[in-house]
Design a protein around this ligand. Sequence first.
Ligand code: HEM
Length: 256
Amino acid sequence: MLKENVVESLLGETSDKKKSRTPARLDFLQSASGLFLAVFMILHMLFVSTILISKDFMLSVTKAFELSFIFEGGSSVPVFIAISIVSAIFIFHAFLAMRKFPISYRQYLRLKTNSNLMNHGDTKLWIIQVITGFALFFLGSIHLYTMLTNPGNIGPYASSDRVFSDLMWPLYIVLLIAVEFHGSIGLYRLSVKWGWFEGEDSKVSRKKLKKVKIILTVVMLTLGIMTLLAYMKIGYDHQDNYGERYMHPTEVSHAN
Ligand code: HEM
């Protein structure tokens, strides 16, 4: 909390804070939306990485999101609704975060000098979060817009064609790195800020949380890179049949 205040006072925010309760409410909403997005990103990685198990398994997960147990063959409407909700929370979170950006180059330099002088580990993490957050705003928006306009085009071949033939992989590499650093630093900062998992000695707790943060980043990045490579390989093998959709073996036998 103290370090947070140092950062905020450098940005000249403390006097406003005393006047109104709104910043505290906005802070809470920023934390809540950030927590939602971080949990969503962990689940998102688990769903997307099902391609590492098999094409059939990834197709089954896609069909479950399309509520194929209710609508024959699945519907893209529930997927579209889910993407809309996530997009709205994504924009809301980014909008709230903009308050904390250093708005002038002079403010940035003051912050940078301060973080170097004090060797402030947590202030450095905050700067990484601002930079990755800035990248996410653009790259995440492109991905979400692509998904919003293609809710029915998710699947083993549809996704792999997009990753390889539609050249989304360069964007996904940068997006993946930015989101994994941003998400794990965000979860660490949330835990420190709200005192979750705080034991007797707060220094020891912080050290443990930092270790968990590093493990989370490494695990998610490794899984993400393996997943991306799997989509690229399938997309590469499938490029001559671009546009063809993957079908479950039972669907193929029905079709024949
Ligand atoms: C409900 C919203 C979302 C849906 C339905 C969705 C769906 C998908 C799908 C199906 C893929 C596989 C590749 C493809 O089909 O193009 C993918 C990849 C990816 N998505 Fe999302 N996504 C959503 C939100 C997000 C958000 C908010 C982010 C981060 C800001 C994100 C980051 C990524 C990354 C980094 C990859 C590459 C995966 C990897 O390298 O392992 N996605 N997404």
